[in-house]
Each structure stands twice: as structure tokens, then as C-alpha cells.
Design a protein around this ligand. Structure first.
Ligand code: F6R
Length: 243
């Protein structure tokens, strides 16, 4: 595992965007796994800037986002597609058919998950997966207790995740959906390369447990320690409890 510690969350985003751009330059058809959340905002800002300043051409990459709430679809303002469209897709030139997203508003959620998993496989798997980390150690929406072999599926969100995400729902936990669809840990582990970003003091404890603790089902991110090509980028605050 490669560990990079930078000054602040903006630098974390800039560094991640530089690394992603390098991989897109090497492979214009890169299959890129993406995440949402506050940590990702400076990353998408930097990536958009690199793309729009013609430092990198991302018009032929394929993207697969990690997760979406049940029963949200593309139009829901609190949904993850909406977030991605706002911060990335609407700002760059990328064909709509290259963007893959889980739809949490279909009758057959199992079929939706199976199709997504098959689509990842058909595209040759994820070349580079970007991840954030939740305060409970979740990656995507793989909450504590998730199996290391889990695939794309419907999950129940933990209270801590719903509380954290209530900031996007007028601060009301009751408004945060209880269920979501997420790409599984087994699927994430099959990515050829992973970059995990964490910033802010609220992540310091879990970052310490993730990096210094043992592999533990109760900290889903800890499974990533078995991955052969993972880079973790932290800001000083997120790294503040490391020895
Ligand atoms: C969302 C996702 C989540 C977030 C995590 C951290 O697509 O993958 O695992 O990365 O909840 O979110 P922030 O950055 O908002 O703290």
C-alpha cells in the first residue's frame, strides 16, 4: 500500500485528479469506478479543470459509480446521479452511454444489481476505482459486517451513515433512505487499481483503525489491505491519529 499525506482536502483532490489523468493518458478507454460524497468534490473540480484545459481527454473513458439510494433515480436531487452530473458529467464531454449508474427506482432491484455486475465484467472490470471511507469504515455502501466476497446488491444503511448523510437532507435523518444499492467488496477488490481518499478530522479515528488495525469484517475498508495496488491519500487532519 502506498500512503500519501498532504496539507488539506483540496490537495488530496488535486493529487487524485493527477493520478487519474495519468491513467487516462495511458489508456483512453479506462474503466473508472467513481464515488460521491464531500471528499470527492475537490477531486472532481481538479479533474474537470484538467479535462477542460485539454491536459487529458476523458471522452472515451467508461464510468461506473459505486452506489445509489433506493428508491432514487437520476432525477432525484439528493441522489448520487444528480451529484455526479452536477460535479462531473455535465461539465465534461462524455457520451451518456459511457456513464453507468445503478438505478434504485426499479421493481426488480436484484436484476438491476446482476445487470450492473455483468456490465462491469463485459467492460473488462474496473481499471481504477476511486473510494472514500465512511466514519464506520464503509466503502461504497458496504457497511460493517459486509462480506469480503460481496457483489453488487441491495443493502441496509447503518445509523451512523444515515446520520452523516443527513447533512444533505436538511439535517433530518428521517429523510435519509434506509436502503441503497452498492457495488460489493468482492467487486471492488477485483479492480486493477484503487485510490482511497480521506480528509478531515472526523475521519482520523477510522483511518487509524483502517491502517493500523487488523483485517476485520466490522471495518469493511480493512479488506482493501489485501489489494495489490492501492494508494491511500490523506490530508493532515485525517492522518492526525496515525503514529
Ligand atoms: C459514496 C461512497 C461513500 C463515501 C463515504 C464518505 O458514493 O462511496 O462510501 O465515499 O461515505 O463520504 P464523505 O466524503 O461525504 O465523507
Amino acid at each position: 500500500m502506498k500512503l500519501i499525506i498532504l496539507k488539506d482536502y483540496k490537495d488530496v483532490g488535486t493529487k487524485a485528479a493527477e493520478l487519474v489523468s495519468k491513467d487516462i493518458i495511458k489508456n483512453k478507454n479506462l474503466v473508472l469506478g467513481l464515488a460521491t460524497g464531500e471528499t470527492m468534490i475537490p477531486f472532481y473540480r481538479s479533474l474537470v479543470s484538467l479535462i477542460n484545459n485539454k491536459k487529458v481527454d476523458a471522452s472515451e473513458i467508461k464510468t461506473f459509480n459505486l452506489d445509489e439510494y433506493v428508491v432514487f433515480d437520476k432525477k432525484n436531487k439528493n441522489g448520487y446521479y444528480y451529484f455526479m452530473n452536477k460535479h462531473l458529467f455535465s461539465k465534461i464531454r462524455i457520451p451518456a452511454e459511457n456513464i453507468n449508474f445503478l438505478n434504485g427506482n426499479v421493481k426488480n432491484l436484484d436484476l438491476e444489481c446482476r445487470n450492473y455486475e455483468n456490465s462491469i465484467k463485459k467492460n473488462g472490470g474496473i481499471d481504477l476505482q476511486i473510494l472514500g471511507i465512511g466514519r464506520d469504515g464503509h466503502i461504497g455502501f458496504n457497511e460493517p459486517g459486509s462480506s469480503s466476497k460481496s457483489r453488487t446488491r441491495e443493502v441496509l444503511l447503518s445509523r451512523i451513515t444515515r446520520k452523516d448523510n443527513s447533512r444533505f437532507f436538511d439535517g433530518k435523518i428521517s429523510k435519509v433512505p434506509k436502503k441503497a444499492l452498492t457495488v460489493g467488496i468482492g467487486t471492488i477488490m477485483k479492480s486493477k487499481k484503487i485510490i482511497l481518499l480521506a480528509s478531515g478530522v472526523s475521519k482520523a479515528k477510522i483511518v487509524h483503525r483502517f491502517l493500523h488495525g487488523s483485517i476485520d469484517k466490522n471495518i469493511p475498508a480493512s479488506f482493501l489491505k489485501k489489494h495489490r495496488n492501492i494508494t491511500v491519500i490523506l490530508d493532515k487532519e485525517a492522518a492526525s491519529e496515525l503514529d
